[in-house]
Design a protein around this ligand. Structure first.
Ligand code: NDP
Length: 239
């Protein structure tokens, strides 16, 4: 059994639903002090909800100030908020590209940059970036999304090189097909095709992802950094 450090302050971006919500609940249940951002909806009970659109640096700064005042500096950052705008390359508009890059990549950069200084000062930090199996596997109709998610691997590894001596780790979790609102829009044929390709023979659950993130966030995981941890039932093996 891993030791849990109950007093750590966690921020999960995009905690209103799906994987982010499950992670916020899992951290809360493990005894962490948890904040989560939301734009619509709300956050789970027992979690500090802060409104924040990660495409707006002002809102990111405001969210961190609120969390620092209410809970203290963020010690564990889970950059989870993300969007898709799927379409084939020839039909992909600048807006489809820009929206996904600005949220998934630049938005992650904004929260990581704001979180890093207090972590460096405290000589402790755990940064987990939520990427995707398609970052390395590729996916037709997701040029924008897979590019944004692949870039997170470079980000985590550069962070590891910059912040490693300060006991700040940066890792990537790469989920496969997880049942959430994001994947519910995919057609039945696509879902059936994925199911056939997944060695585990089933789609993933939000809890599968939450467990992996809690592992990387733990105090005792301090020697794991720059890693890409797949949570995909084997879908992306070899990539
Ligand atoms: P959902 O669509 O269910 O949830 C996405 C979350 O991101 C919501 O909480 C949403 O907030 C938030 N969000 C989106 N845009 C912004 C923004 N500009 N600012 C702040 N928050 C924002 O998706 P999932 O739970 O499925 O996905 C979570 C993460 O996991 C994403 O990064 C996704 O790319 C990744 N992932 C998901 C997989 C899957 O199979 N589901 C597979 C691989 C990776 P709100 O609703 O309040 O706007």
């Amino acid at each position: 059994m891993l030791p849990v450090t109950e007093s750590r302050v966690v921020l999960v971006t995009g905690g209103s639903k799906g994987i982010g919500r499950a992670m916020a609940e899992a951290f809360r249940d493990a005894g962490y002090r948890v904040a989560a951002t939301y734009r619509s909806g709300g956050v789970p009970d027992g979690v500090l909800g802060v409104t924040c659109d990660i495409t707006d640096q002002g809102q990111v700064d405001q969210a961190f100030e609120t969390i620092e005042k209410e809970l203290g500096p963020v010690e564990v950052l889970v950059a989870n908020a993300g969007v898709t705008r799927d379409t084939l390359l020839m039909r992909m508009s600048d807006d489809d590209w820009q929206t996904v890059i600005d949220t998934n990549l630049t938005g992650t950069f904004r929260v990581v940059r704001r979180a890093a200084r207090p972590m460096m000062r405290a000589r402790f930090g755990r940064i987990v970036l939520i990427s995707s199996v398609v970052a390395l596997l590729g996916s037709p109709g997701q040029i924008n999304y897979s590019s944004s998610k692949a870039a997170l691997v470079g980000m985590a590894r550069s962070l590891t090189r910059e912040l490693g001596t300060r006991n700040v780790t940066a890792n990537v979790v790469a989920p496969g097909f997880i049942e959430t609102d994001m994947t519910s829009v995919l057609g039945e044929d696509t879902i059936a095709d994925y199911r056939k390709r997944i060695p585990a023979g089933r789609l993933g659950s939000v809890d599968d992802v939450a467990r992996a993130v809690l592992f990387l966030a733990n105090d005792s995981s301090g020697y794991i950094s720059g890693a890409v941890l797949p949570v995909d039932g084997g879908l992306g093996m070899g990539h």
